[in-house]
Design a protein around this ligand. Structure first.
Ligand code: 5GP
Length: 115
């Protein structure tokens, strides 16, 4: 697997299965295989940006789209009492899949600070 060809690229290409909840030209969202909350959904760009630190000014609209997509999905999932959106950037933040993704976590009381 090349740096540009992660598990998530394979999910975009339907080469491995996922429980997909949303898709458009720029983004895909699917349920996390190892959920950390009753609702745990990943929102990813179709463009294979490895991590937030690799985003460039031309990704401006895409970044906004990912956040608004997260908001839309949270509404559709009924998370009106709150939810958390997380981006792990790099190994020290716990990033394990190097295709940018937003975690939407909800359905339980969250703690702060995060671990
Ligand atoms: P990270 O730790 O990089 O921020 O998050 C990666 C997330 O991807 C983890 O929460 C992990 O459970 C999830 N994940 C890893 N492999 C797969 C997979 O094949 N399918 C799905 N749906 N989620 C995955």
């Amino acid at each position: 697997m090349s740096e540009q060809d992660t598990l998530f690229s394979k999910i975009i290409r339907r080469e491995i299965p996922a429980d997909i909840v949303y898709e458009d030209d720029m983004a895909l969202a699917f349920r996390d295989i190892n959920p950390q909350a009753p609702i745990h959904i990943l929102v990813i760009p179709k463009k294979p940006i490895p991590k937030l630190a690799d985003a460039v000014p031309e990704d401006h609209a895409l970044m906004g789209h990912l956040l608004l997509t997260a908001k839309r999905i949270a509404e559709e999932e009924g998370l009106q009492n709150g939810y958390r959106v997380v981006i792990n950037n790099g190994p020290e933040a716990g990033q394990t899949v190097f295709h940018l993704h937003l975690h939407i976590l909800g359905g339980r009381q969250m703690q702060w600070p995060p671990g």
